[in-house]
Structures are given as C-alpha cells and as structure tokens.
Design a protein around this ligand. Structure first.
Ligand SMILES: Nc1nc2c(ncn2[C@@H]2O[C@H](COP(=O)(O)OP(=O)(O)OP(=O)(O)O)[C@@H](O)[C@H]2O)c(=O)[nH]1
Ligand SMILES: [Mg+2]
Length: 183
C-alpha cells in the first residue's frame, strides 16, 4: 500500500519541526534549528505508517513547499496560537494551500498553547467550524501524539477506506444482471 503523505506548512517559527520532534519523543528544544529544506520523516502508529514532510516557512523556498504539498494526501497548516497575528498568518496559508492544492483535506493546528491564554478569538471560533482544528504544545509530547491519533482516526483512515472502494460503472452492473433500461 502507498504510504499516506502528510505535509506540514505554516509561517517560520510556527512550531512545525517541534511538533515532529515531539512525535519522535525528543525532548522539547527551545533552540531548535530553522528548517531550510523539506525534511521527510516516517511516523508509525497503530501499525500504520505515514510519511510526513516538514517544510520551511520561508517565502523564498515556496517552490519546494509547493512540490511537497502537491505530493501529499493531507496538509496540516501550523500557526503560533500564542501570537496576535494568527488571523493574518492562517488566512495567508489557507490561500496559499487552496491556490496550489485545492482538493486535499486541510487540518489546522494552533501551536505553543503553553504560552497562550485559554481565550479564543472570534476568528479562531469561526475557523474551528470550517476546518478540523487542534491545539498543541511541543512541551507536551503525549498531547501532540493524541492530536495525531485523532487526525489518523477521523481523517486519514476514512480517506484510506474511500481510496480502496472500487467504483463500478452502472451499465456494467446492469449488463451483468442481463437487463437494460431504455427509459
Ligand atoms: N513555548 C513553546 N515554544 C515552542 C513550541 N513549539 C515551538 N516552539 C519554539 O518556537 C521556535 C520555532 O520552532 P520550530 O519548531 O523551529 O518552528 P518551525 O515552524 O519549524 O520554523 P521554520 O523551520 O523556520 O519554518 C523554537 O524556538 C521552538 O523552541 C511550543 O509548543 N511552545
Ligand atoms: Mg522547522
């Protein structure tokens, strides 16, 4: 079976690489290096494995981000939930994804909840109604894993099932049964 491919995108320093580090049980690193090229990771959970592409948030590397998105089955947009500029960043990245990969499911993850207040703006509340939405902190690896388990159960597995359903033309069915309708 082809691996299910996930692409992580979002502004620089939004916490994409830290999410992946948490998934790999690495301790939280406040000095994690900036990403300058697409990095690919294999993540296995419940006997299923996924290929996750960690992109750079820098505009000058957009071409390689687009390449990674085009090759993906699911796109996760990360943004810093503790920052005031969330709305501008999320809308920018939603437009970017819709422009280059319109039919792929999108999930949104707000990061750095350890730095944020619990209050959610009207914009965030509207966003939650439009997209699968999660909040994480890389300082809580179990929380990050729970988010991915939920994404896996609610989005990835149903998508894999749909991919496997064989769609047959109706006429084939009717010829098989030996009758035709001319109406
Ligand atoms: N407090 C806190 N800091 C975080 C969290 N996640 C990431 N950071 C910090 O935010 C900074 C950027 O994190 P990265 O994971 O490198 O962000 P990125 O989105 O991969 O950034 P680029 O590679 O530049 O696109 C680093 O200093 C991290 O330590 C978090 O959940 N909580
Ligand atoms: Mg990074």
């Amino acid at each position: 079976m082809k691996p299910f491919k996930i692409c992580l995108v979002g502004p620089p320093a939004s916490g994409k690489s830290s999410i992946l580090a948490a998934l790999q049980n690495k301790p939280f690193n406040p000095h994690i290096s900036q990403t300058f090229q697409n990095n690919f990771w294999k993540y296995t959970d419940q006997n299923r494995s996924f290929r996750i592409c960690d992109t750079t948030g820098l505009d000058k590397f957009q071409k390689s981000t687009i390449k990674c998105m085009k090759d993906s089955n699911l796109i996760i947009i990360c943004f810093d939930f503790s920052a005031r500029s969330a709305e501008i960043h999320v809308e920018k990245w939603l437009n970017f994804v819709r422009t280059h990969k319109s039919v792929t499911p999108i999930v949104i993850i707000g990061t750095k909840t350890d730095k944020a207040s619990n209050q959610q703006s009207e914009y965030i509340q509207r966003l939650r109604k439009r997209y699968p939405f999660y909040l994480t902190s890389a300082s809580n690896p179990q929380g990050v894993k729970d988010v991915f388990r939920n994404i896996e159960n609610t989005i990835i597995i149903p998508n894999l099932v749909v991919e496997r359903i064989q769609i047959r033309r109706r006429e084939d069915e009717e010829v098989k049964r030996g009758w035709f309708c001319f109406c």
